[in-house]
Design a protein around this ligand. Structure first.
Ligand SMILES: [Zn+2]
Length: 376
């Protein structure tokens, strides 16, 4: 159950027009903050978190691949709400606000900075509505800014501002916890964590991405990065995006051994390999070895069984915050939930071949069909 919470992170700070008034709210933070559920749920077992919203919305025809900004929030909010519902139906314990890439820098790139706050508010409102209706956890989300540069102090200030304003809106909306994700720089992940701790009072789930090289962009291993994040106060640490189940699992083993806190794993549902360990490095032999990312990835999508096996293996090694990132569809989330022994609502429709016209074993299936099986 979701424990009802009296206060979100930044109570009382209604207007977020300036950085100055965002910097103050700590003084009005209610002392009655209660653990809203994530950590208790993790203590009791696994938490399934569906992600991959921008890819699925692109697939459904409501979001443009490339910039990957979810302008669908303003164009078709009902589609976003339905996708949240689809993921919950499939077994997600979390409704994560679609604020991924709804930050100042991304909106600047597409010339929509003026829509920054409105889009964040719409995303938070939709997710909160679904979360409360379905008794799932309501998560906020911040991510890679794409301007982080350790040698550019002006850019670092911008990164801080991006995190601060998005966390502020999420905290005001009453999120149960905040996800910070998809960082290529360990140091940027640390900045995101620091901002969550400074501008909210909710748990922080911090995940980052390991690309082809087995280190972050500053050269830290995944295990080392997680150790640093744990030491800096992250509640859950781990990996998301870029790597498929097969090339993420070995790193998870190292991470699990390196930290005491809960570990998260949200691979992309693609068949990455040792030679091409990230989905951006995959090339398609059927199409002149062209880069498959982002709209040619279909032939690499993993099966439900592969996600089921991933869930089993990750949970067995002690990884309890589990999800699927870019490319995930409801079928993957359901398989993940079922790998944990669950039967979400959507499992009512999980495959049962006993009544199939040719492969069925049910006595009502005619032998004139089953005898023809081997010739199909
Ligand atoms: Zn992703």
């Amino acid at each position: 159950m979701v424990t009802k919470k009296k206060s979100s992170g930044v109570k009382g700070a209604k207007s977020r027009a300036t950085a100055a008034n965002r910097a103050k709210p700590k003084t009005v933070q209610s002392a009655t903050y209660k653990e809203p559920g994530l950590m208790k749920r993790l203590a009791a077992g696994a938490v399934v978190c569906a992600e991959g919203y921008v890819f699925e919305l692109e697939r459904r025809g409501y979001l443009q691949a490339g910039a990957f900004v979810p302008t669908v929030l303003q164009d078709h909010p009902e589609v976003v709400e339905q996708l949240h519902m689809d993921f919950v139906h499939a077994g997600s314990d979390v409704t994560q606000a679609l604020t991924y890439y709804v930050h100042r820098e991304k909106l600047r790139v597409i010339g929509r900075e003026k829509d920054l706050e409105a889009m964040n508010q719409i995303a938070l409102k939709i997710a909160k509505k679904v979360a409360r209706k379905t008794q799932t956890l309501f998560a906020g989300d911040i991510c890679n800014t794409n301007i982080y540069d350790p040698n550019d102090s002006k850019a670092l200030k911008q990164v801080e501002r991006i995190f601060e304003e998005q966390i502020g809106w999420a905290a005001d909306a009453g999120v149960d916890y905040i996800v910070a994700e998809t960082f290529s720089w360990g140091q940027e992940a640390l900045m995101a964590l620091e901002a969550i701790k400074k501008h909210s009072k909710v748990p922080a789930v911090v995940t980052f991405s390991i690309h082809r090289e087995l280190v972050t962009r500053e050269g830290w291993t995944a295990a080392e990065t997680c150790r640093r994040l744990e030491a800096a106060g992250a509640d859950v640490v781990g990996l998301n995006c870029h790597r498929g189940p097969k090339t993420m699992l070995p790193l998870l083993k190292e991470i699990r051994a390196a930290v005491k806190c809960d570990v998260a794993a949200l691979p992309v549902p693609y068949r990455t390999t040792e030679e091409q360990p990230s989905f951006m490095s995959l090339t398609d032999p059927c199409c002149a070895d062209r880069r498959a990312f982002p709209v040619g990835l279909d032939p690499f999508v993993v099966t439900r069984q592969e996600i089921f096996d991933f869930g089993r293996e990750a949970y067995a090694m002690g990884v309890k915050y589990l999800g699927v990132c870019c490319g995930a569809g409801p079928q993957h989330i359901r398989a993940l939930a079922e790998s944990l022994g669950r039967r979400p609502e959507g499992s009512k429709y999980s495959v049962d071949m006993s009544k199939h016209a040719f492969f069925g074993t049910d006595q009502k299936i005619k032998t004139v069909q089953t005898e023809y099986r081997s010739r199909l």
